[in-house]
Design a protein around this ligand. Structure first.
Ligand code: GDP
Length: 424
């Protein structure tokens, strides 16, 4: 049985916590897209962790963690992460890396930084993890696949080609130091040493696991609105964030994905540039940011202050629809307990007309939020384990949003810990 955990919005919805929680009944957790450019925050008995590359299952000794072929594999970051969890007493995780995954090279990170510098104020707010240059090269067919590390003849020829092409840009566009084929080759050989013990045909491994009836969880990064096709292009990420891509990025048949748990946060936040219709500013935003998540809404990777907003039914309905949601996990609801009234964005006004369907970027730029205001519940809901025990206004908030987005809210998260969950 294969389940996917994915985000409905701009990321940071609390997927890490939900995955960590579901991991208890999971044999295998697979990352299928993205790279080290976003993080999951997980709190458990070993401590608090910000993971960027490792799947959230690494804390359980019964799970196997897989870095699928669709991931931008950053080997140094992966290594540092394994080290950092081991230092905190976590046993060595069972980790497998796809022989078809491609590697993020140091020049990808440099190109990311150079491009941001070149664009100046018009930049995309990249985390400079090399993700966009990495995926560009993958689809331009000049990326390095893990399997190629075992063919030194091919590599020697390929590093010449790649260096020649990169150096044109380095010299003429960016005016930065050039790279040599030798240093690329050495970098690759170093990666080979680091990754060798983990490499295997993970698609075959998963095929056999499915046949044996194992529980498999696909862990998405970011959310629907950052998808390159269905998101707020061009302010998107460079690999698909949708559950459907889980089949490709893990190497399993699409019909095996039976459950799609889409994570929605009880209010909105976003990082980086791009239209954010229900965004709020000033003291109102500062307070929500300070109280948000677990210790404030600041990026797990960058520490950047996240942009804040009220819950957006238009974006979330669309985000859930594009994921193919079978159930919603509604998170961080406890944070809203301080508010007398809670605005919810229920429509977008575009050109004098109100719509509840999420438009393309051109129209999104013109959208003004339409808010409805709900009564707050003014108390701490942490520790509650049964839906009926939630305050009436809190249930009304959940049910209002459920009706607007049109997908069933099956789990409610009311605290950062594994046990802070209410099933409906
Ligand atoms: P992800 O990238 O989707 O996993 O999201 P983040 O790592 O940014 O998670 C959001 C933050 O919210 C983390 O610090 C979590 O520990 C925290 N968190 C998750 N669920 C809840 C919740 O229900 N309540 C509170 N207060 N914090 C939560």
């Amino acid at each position: 049985m294969v389940k996917a955990v994915v985000g409905a919005n701009w990321g940071d919805e609390g997927k890490g916590k939900i995955t960590d929680m579901l991991a208890r009944e999971t044999d295998i957790i697979v990352r299928f897209q993205g790279g080290a450019n976003a993080g999951h925050t997980i709190i458990n008995n070993y401590g608090k962790f910000a993971l960027h590359t490792l799947p959230s299952g690494v804390f359980y000794d019964h799970t196997t963690s897989i870095i699928g072929n669709g991931v931008a594999l950053d080997i140094p970051v992966l290594f540092k992460e394994v080290q950092s969890i081991r230092e905190k007493g976590v046993p060595m995780p069972k980790l497998l890396v796809s022989d078809r995954a491609q590697m993020v090279m140091s020049y990808h990170k440099n190109f990311d930084a150079y491009e941001e510098e070149r664009l100046g104020g018009k930049s995309f707010g990249s985390t400079k993890s090399g993700i966009a240059p990495f995926y560009s090269d993958k689809y331009a067919k000049i990326g390095f696949q893990v399997s190629e590390l075992y063919d030194e003849e091919l590599l020697k020829e390929k590093v010449e080609r790649v260096a020649a092409q990169k150096n044109v840009l380095l010299e003429h566009l960016y005016h930065k130091p050039l790279i040599t084929p030798e240093e690329l080759f050495d970098e690759l050989m170093e990666y080979k040493k680091m990754i060798e013990p983990f490499v295997c045909d993970t698609a075959l491994f998963l095929h056999n696991a499915i046949k044996e009836g194992k529980n498999i969880l696909l862990e998405g990064q970011l959310g629907s609105l950052k998808d390159p096709d269905h998101g707020i292009y061009p302010m998107v990420t460079s690999s698909s964030t949708l559950a459907g891509f889980g089949a490709v990025g893990a190497g399993i048949p699409p019909y095996e994905i039976q459950e799609i748990v889409t994570v929605c946060k009880a209010y909105s936040s976003a990082v980086g540039a791009g239209v954010f219709v229900s965004e709020i500013f000033g003291e109102e935003a500062d307070e929500l940011r300070r109280r948000g998540g677990d210790g404030g809404e600041f990026g797990a990777t960058t520490g950047r202050a996240r942009r804040m907003g009220w819950f957006d039914c238009v974006a979330s309905k669309y985000g859930c629809r594009m994921q193919g949601t079978t159930g919603v996990a509604f998170t961080v609801l406890d944070v809203l307990g301080y508010l007398d009234e809670i605005p919810v964005c229920t429509g977008y006004e575009i050109d004098g007309e109100v719509t509840t369907e999420f438009p393309t970027t051109r129209l999104l730029k013109q959208a003004k939020p339409v808010f409805e205001t709900l009564q707050g519940w003014k108390c701490d809901i942490r520790g509650i384990r049964e839906y009926e025990k939630l305050p009436k206004n809190c249930r009304r908030y959940i049910e209002f949003i459920e009706e607007k987005i049109g997908f069933p809210i099956m789990m409610i998260s009311n605290g950062p810990g594994r046990e802070d969950i209410i099933y409906r």
